[in-house]
Design a protein around this ligand. Structure first.
Ligand code: BGC
Length: 768
């Protein structure tokens, strides 16, 4: 897209929606807009070929491969072309009207071929639930807590359950493609979309999002791994050129995608806006043809992000299979232009056939054809809220708890709750992934009210949930607008709970990691007035905490979703023993980051620039280890109301794989869940950083109880990737295995194992 159309980010999308809303209010607007629009009616007017006498591709006993091939063979050229051009599900500025068959205010629509029994594709965002494009009448659905919160559970099963739940709501809402499966690595803590993703470690991120994707696809839907690839900041996302060498990429960002793909087999992949090493991701032969389709054997289809296409021939030959929401781009590149390019041979007919084959393959493989969706299905919102709440409860991370101020004890006379609209709800992140809350937004009107807003709170009130558990205590709320007044109110309380927040969203990175507005001053003043101050953070990701030493406890609650208020209160009162662990490092200051200052200029989004990922594969804790930096809270950190100890770490090798076992014991007085983490570190060989996460488990233990845990290490995590030979290589020698509570655990138990030399192919499989 040219830089002018970058405006679709900050201007055109909201303009589109604004126009839609205006159109509903003013007939004159409708007339004006309508005349400028393409006539979708032409589609219907084209004479349809006859329905075939038999439709062997509908035979469920055949393989997806066979069915896709049979269906493809039965198609006309026009029918084939119809699959590769997607339409936006809302009016787009003064350019186009919503496709009449698209679900209102949805992300996208691709017409089906009814004469062949092939349904249309109805696309919805995204990873936290069923979203709606900016609208006055949004779908109200259940929202999961943020992706980082789900990842912070380190609980595979919860990630699956969350995916299954939102997939169910998508199906009941008439959608068969969920644009969910975001796994961009957290290289940039200020990235406005970190809350949609799964943190800084490729194994953790790939594994957790894979579970979500599996859950979604268990509903016979297509899920979408995105944004492929190295779309790691929002500032300048349409124009930036991410520079990262192949080997580093394969061991970091790409590894997260590769793991997700292997474990969950998503039907589609969304290529991203940015360039990678000079080439736009959606026409990037290296990314799409070489890595994704050839090296990893991806059988589904690549769809573009909305507004990420810049060409017809380059994109088609570069591996893009479906042009999404074409209205966002300068031209309908995969419309008439593609037809012509195929006619004159610039794009081979076989390539068009393969594009369609891939789409059909995903549709058959995931059950989209055999299980048609229908809008208006029943949704059990009460049950779904509990799924979301269970996720939030395990994702909340107890960062600090001095003097055991938490869990809150019975017998308090006065509890003061301050700030962040905690009287009425919990914050959500902004952009296309926003799930509009059931019952509406309790805090309307906060800027920005248009893209990437609105700023929305889920009406699950922490204050109400705290009151319900406070026994005889008087619970007082203060909105935190005036730090001095809040401090005065807090001074004589038995305990103070200050909520702080950071709203970010798609297209909008955090300008800094400092809490916005007066919140640092507020927390500082309150903690000074009353040392029994508990800080609850509702942030996308890491923030700076200049007041950390003054506070008694810090609770990272992320964007907590539909049941967030209850989840927070249950953790505060000990009904839930916290068991979340950080999926990302919290730095002391931005000067510790590989890029102390964010690249690009949010005020000049047209200027092309380069982001040089000089840290290579040393992302997050790996960077901190490499540079000997001590973070505020390390990756993997998370406290509990009990304690756990480890013993008996032992290693063996089976079938070329390193296997580990150990025992976890709950040495405290209450039941709890632990996340024992295994890191590996080469003794002689040199990696991008001193150590890597190689495995973990989540175990629930009663007081005094022990459990045996065994893990198998993916040999890629013991290798360096070699670009020249396209192999993963384990160097012969000693490797330290550390059993730790977090990446910064100085008391980690360790053993050293000797590993033989091993070579794995590009897909991570042993070679002879
Ligand atoms: C986002 C995608 C999203 C699409 C459709 C884009 O702006 O980057 O993640 O799926 O819009 O709403």
């Amino acid at each position: 897209m040219n830089s002018e159309l970058k405006n679709s980010e900050l201007n055109l999308r909201p303009l589109a929606i604004a126009l839609a809303v205006a159109a509903a209010l003013a007939t004159a607007t409708i007339v004006t807009v309508a005349t400028a629009l393409p006539a979708y009616a032409a589609e219907a007017a084209t004479a349809e070929p006859a329905e075939p006498a038999s439709k062997p591709w509908l035979d469920k006993s055949l393989s997806a491969d066979k069915r896709a091939k049979l269906a493809l063979d039965a198609m006309t050229q026009q029918e084939k072309l119809g699959w590769v051009l997607g339409h936006f599900g809302a009016d787009f500025a003064n350019k186009t009207k919503k496709h009449p068959a698209a679900l209102p205010f949805s992300a996208g629509y691709i017409p089906g071929v009814p004469r062949l029994g092939l349904p249309a594709l109805f696309e919805t965002d995204a990873g936290l639930g069923v979203a709606t494009q900016l609208s006055k009448t949004p779908r109200e659905r259940t929202s999961l807590p943020s992706g980082l919160a789900t990842t912070a559970t380190w609980n595979r099963d919860l990630a699956y359950q969350g995916g299954a739940m939102i997939g169910k709501e998508a199906r009941a809402s008439g959608f068969n493609v969920m644009l969910a499966g975001g796994v961009n690595l957290l290289r940039e803590p200020r990235n406005g979309r970190n809350f949609e993703y799964a943190g800084e470690d490729p194994l953790l991120a790939g594994t957790m999002v894979a579970q979500q994707v599996k859950g979604i696809q268990s509903n016979n839907l297509i899920a979408t791994m995105k944004h492929f690839a190295v779309n790691d900041q929002e500032t300048g996302r349409f124009v930036l050129d991410a520079r990262l060498d192949d080997a580093s990429n394969r061991m970091s960002d790409l590894l997260a995608f590769q793991i997700l793909l292997e474990q969950a087999n998503p039907g589609s992949v969304m290529c991203s806006y940015n360039r990678l090493n000079g080439v736009y991701a959606c026409e990037n032969d290296y990314l799409l043809n070489q890595v994704l389709k050839k090296d990893w054997g991806f059988k589904g289809y690549v769809m573009s992000d909305w507004g990420a296409v810049h060409s017809t021939v380059e994109a088609a030959n570069g591996g893009l299979d479906q042009h999404s929401g074409w209205e966002f781009d300068k031209s309908a590149y995969f419309g008439g232009a593609l037809e012509e390019a195929v006619e004159n041979g610039h794009v081979p007919q076989a390539r068009l056939d393969n594009m369609v084959f891939r789409i059909l393959h995903a549709m058959f493989d995931k059950g989209v054809v055999d299980n048609p969706v229908k809008e208006g299905g029943a949704i059990d919102y009460d049950a779904h809220k509990l799924v979301s709440q269970a996720d939030a409860e395990e994702g909340i991370v107890l960062l600090k708890n001095t003097g055991s101020v938490l869990p809150l004890k019975a017998g308090a006379k006065k509890i003061v709750v301050i700030g962040a609209h905690s009287d009425v709800g919990v914050l959500a992140g902004g952009g296309s992934s926003l799930v509009y809350p059931i019952g509406g937004n309790p805090v309307p009107g906060i800027e920005p009210t248009i893209w990437p807003g609105p700023v929305v709170y889920h009406p699950s009130s922490p204050l109400k949930a705290i009151k319900a558990r406070a026994g005889g205590a008087k619970v007082v709320y203060n909105d935190g607008a005036d730090p001095a007044a809040a401090a005065k109110e807090a001074a004589d309380a038995d305990v103070v709970v200050v909520f702080a927040q950071q709203w970010v969203g798609e297209a909008l990175d955090a300008v800094s990691l400092a809490l916005p507005g007066n919140q640092d001053a507020l927390i500082g003043a309150v903690a000074k007035a009353n040392p029994k101050t508990v800080v609850v953070l509702e942030t996308s990701g890491p923030v700076l905490m200049p007041w950390v030493d003054q506070s008694a406890a810090v609770v990272q609650a992320w964007y907590a979703g539909s049941g967030g208020g209850e989840a927070i209160a249950r953790v505060l009162f000990g009904e839930v023993n916290p068991s979340g662990h950080l999926p990302t490092t919290f730095p002391v200051s931005e000067s510790q980051l590989p890029r102390p200052k964010l690249d690009g200029d949010p005020k000049n989004e047209k200027q092309r620039f380069t982001v040089n990922y000089h840290e290579g594969a040393a992302v997050g804790y790996k960077w901190f280890d490499l540079k000997g930096l001590k973070p505020l809270f390390p990756f993997g950190h998370g406290l509990s109301y009990t304690q756990f100890s480890y013993s008996g770490l032992a290693a063996s090798q089976k079938g070329g794989k390193l296997q580990l076992s150990f025992k976890v014991t709950n040495t405290g007085a209450v039941k709890g869940k632990d996340v024992p983490q295994v890191y590996v570190a080469p003794v002689g060989a040199k990696w991008e950083a001193p150590k890597r996460l190689a495995g973990w488990d989540k175990v629930e233990l009663a007081p005094g109880e022990s459990k045996e845990v065994s893990l198998t290490v993916d040999p890629r995590l013991l290798s360096m990737y070699d670009s020249k030979s396209k192999t993963w290589r384990v160097a012969q020698g000693g490797y330290k295995v550390l059993l730790a509570h977090d990446a910064g655990d100085a008391k980690a138990t360790s053993i050293t194992v000797q590993l033989p030399k091993q070579t794995l192919n590009v897909a991570g499989q042993p070679t002879k």
